[in-house]
Design a protein around this ligand. Structure first.
Ligand SMILES: [Zn+2]
Length: 389
């Protein structure tokens, strides 16, 4: 699947979604951020909305299930509820959020809807400013109006998202349903190790101050520290650049891109301290070390009432469950700040995602959709349905 935000394939998928919704007799809507929705109204005009959603965009050459499963299942929940003539105390809305994967900005639609889309994010988007403006124009959207997609939190009853796990835990533990406890937080740093550039032939091994060696020692140290002391965290050095970068020159400088994640903010603090200390060890060997923070996202716990409802429904369906954090980002992390939110995970074959071999067995897709439907009904009795003023 290759559906970068606002590509022809992406727009076609979104049109397909609204077409299916309209054919089922549901109301459809596109908001100022391009979020596409199918709506099943409660008979009570004052009823708040329970959002069920995910995203139809994909990473380049991605898989068939990431995002699409949640949108298709949400639509099915609406049509099943309609067919059964069940009147819920809230309006149901199946929503396809714009640009979850970050072709342009990342969580563009869900951040616009929750009011957390910042002007900075639009001025320096990860896909580049030109791509953002061209994409919005293609979809008939305007930058200045994106914020109009913001909704009053009191208009929402909650948010549910079915998604593939994108990792190996459920398959490995032979569990049917994952209940997401939190979406992990992450921190990113650029580190620079200074050395002394020199001739690769004439400088004896014991007379070098090799910045590349300092960086390599740090990379090995990161893994050691996490594996030994922080089993609930992951850390990655995704890029190492050596300067000047030649066969015959001892590196005079090394730049290292470090990122680490955890669902627990105190673990992030402790791991940051430990990794900074690890980097500073290079100073004892004469290297200057610079550490620059370049990104910080706090962990987002998901709502306990929603988690309990998902667990109850899964148990009633005879499905096994486990609570687990999500190591990947999702629209739910934006929604969780403004409304009770929960995520249902189903197993990914071999834990693969963001690539063509991504697969979830049909029975697991069906289990996930049943739990999504069941949780929607279960929450009708469990969530405090606030009357919007
Ligand atoms: Zn996704």
């Amino acid at each position: 699947m290759h559906r970068p935000t606002f590509s022809d394939a992406h727009l076609a998928a979104r049109a397909w979604f609204l077409g299916r919704a309209a054919a089922a007799g549901l109301e459809t809507r596109i908001d100022a951020a391009g979020n596409h929705s199918a709506i099943l109204r409660s008979s009570s005009a004052e009823a708040p909305t329970l959002l069920l959603g995910s995203h139809l965009d994909t990473v380049p050459n991605g898989g068939r299930f990431d995002g699409a499963l949640g949108v298709a299942a949400a639509l099915e929940v609406l049509t099943a509820t309609q067919d059964a003539h069940v009147d819920l105390p809230y309006t149901l809305e199946a929503i396809d959020f714009t640009d979850e994967e970050g072709t342009l900005v990342g969580l563009l639609g869900s951040q616009a809807l929750t009011g957390s889309l910042t002007p900075d994010a639009l001025q320096a988007p990860r896909g580049g400013r030109a791509a953002l403006l061209a994409g919005l124009a293609r979809a008939g959207l305007t930058e200045t109006r994106l914020a109009d997609a913001r909704r009053d939190p009191r208009s929402m009853a909650g948010y549910l998202e079915l998604h593939i796990e994108q990792g190996p835990v459920l398959e490995h533990e032979r569990v049917d349903i994952g209940i997401v406890s939190a979406i992990v937080g992450s921190r990113a740093f650029n580190l620079t190790f200074e050395g002394v550039a020199g001739h690769a032939g004439t400088t004896p091994m014991d007379a070098r101050r090799d910045a590349g060696l300092a960086a390599a020692t740090f990379v090995v140290g990161v893994r050691e520290t996490v594996v030994r002391d922080f089993p609930s965290c992951v850390a990655t050095v995704g890029r190492v650049t050596l300067e000047p970068g030649a066969f015959n020159v001892i590196p005079g400088e090394a730049q290292v891109a470090l990122e680490f994640r955890s669902a627990d903010a105190s673990q992030l603090d402790a791991l940051e301290d430990a990794l900074v200390m690890r980097a500073r060890e290079a100073e004892t060997l004469g290297h200057a070390v610079e550490i620059e923070p370049v990104g910080r996202w706090e962990p987002v716990p998901l709502d306990t009432t929603v988690r309990t409802a998902i667990a109850r429904v899964a148990r009633a369906l005879g499905l096994s469950t486990v609570e687990l954090p999500s190591g990947a980002g999702h629209d739910a992390q934006a929604l969780a700040h403004v409304t009770p939110s929960g995520m249902i995970f189903v197993p990914s074959v071999d834990g693969l995602s963001h690539q063509p071999a991504e697969r979830t067995a049909w029975d697991d897709c069906l289990n996930g959709a049943k739990v999504l439907l069941g949780a929607t009904l279960e929450l009708a009795g469990a969530l405090p349905v606030s009357e919007p003023k």
